[in-house]
Ligand binder design. Sequence first.
Ligand SMILES: Nc1nc2c(ncn2[C@@H]2O[C@H](COP(=O)(O)OP(=O)(O)OP(=O)(O)O)[C@@H](O)[C@H]2O)c(=O)[nH]1
Length: 343
Amino acid sequence: MSAKIPATIITGFLGAGKTTLIRHLLETTRDRRLALIINEFGDVGVDGEILRACGVENCPEENIVELANGCLCCTVADDFAPAIEALLAHDNPPEHIIIETSGLALPKPLVKAFDWPAIRSRLTVDGVIAVVDGRAVAEGRFADDLEAIAAERAQTETIDHDNPLEEVFEDQLACADLIVLNKIDLLDADEDAAVMATLANGTPRGVKVLRARHGAVDSRAALGLSAAAEDDLANRPSHHDALDEHDHEDFESFVVEIAAAQDAAGLVARLAEVSAAHDVLRIKGFAEVVGKPMRLLVQGVGPRFQHQFDRPWGLGERRSSRLVVIGRKGLDREAIVAALATR
Ligand SMILES: Nc1nc2c(ncn2[C@@H]2O[C@H](COP(=O)(O)OP(=O)(O)OP(=O)(O)O)[C@@H](O)[C@H]2O)c(=O)[nH]1
């Protein structure tokens, strides 16, 4: 039998920089044919679009698969396994598969899926990479007490689920074989040192941390870890170990279509305002700006927004402004839609 194909699972909280890291890996990995499986929360394929736009030779379009129906780990039989089958059936099957999980997904159930006979016989988890938003951690948004949690976890089977955001973040770190501390350009030296210390305390297995700006890590350090994570599940504690199925109900997303914006800066200011007022975690999508031949890519992570014109609208392409909004369960959808509709 031929050797198993390695798969790298990229996890990381919403907006941490997973897509940016993958883009960098696509552009800098020359020695093997890659495939991508992208799992997004919400049904606007923003990450898929960004990655397809790279147009790299060693990862042709037919090797980029988007699975937008819910979380990969819950749709293994229906979506994930068939997607793998299809990729491996290509004339030139990939030599390495990169899987981007949605920012709210727990990585461990996906690693477990590699234990399925049909997958296990052909693939192995080369490594789980957790991308960390350095700015968010510096602001104490996810990592105040990783050490305490690790200690508590060692003593008790389960921990009360009173903060799902932290749980997702901690599960991602606990499952990682490599941590990429991203967005260090947004940290001063003291913050950088503090975040590094927090991560060192919060990773039980002494996992290596690579620091990065815009996901720029050496692909030789990120791919080829040979971790065989599917054989090492016991060392990857999860808040959800006691549950058969994890719950996705803590978060929700919806897509909102708005009118063309008068100008890009105005649109972004409005989005930032709405995001802050309604405690939105993530907004991303493409928008039309009146009089502009190019479409605008808009990305917000909490209060920080970025925008750029990413490509011209195609001939005959319907110009629209569709944004996916992601937040904790209970988002005031009506109010958000109404606020975004205001010009
Ligand atoms: N300043 C700064 N911004 C970054 C860096 N890396 C990524 N970003 C920006 O952060 C935003 C989110 O990046 P993505 O790569 O889309 O993050 P993601 O983890 O794929 O997001 P989801 O798939 O929505 O969870 C984008 O606007 C990026 O341009 C970085 O190192 N520094």
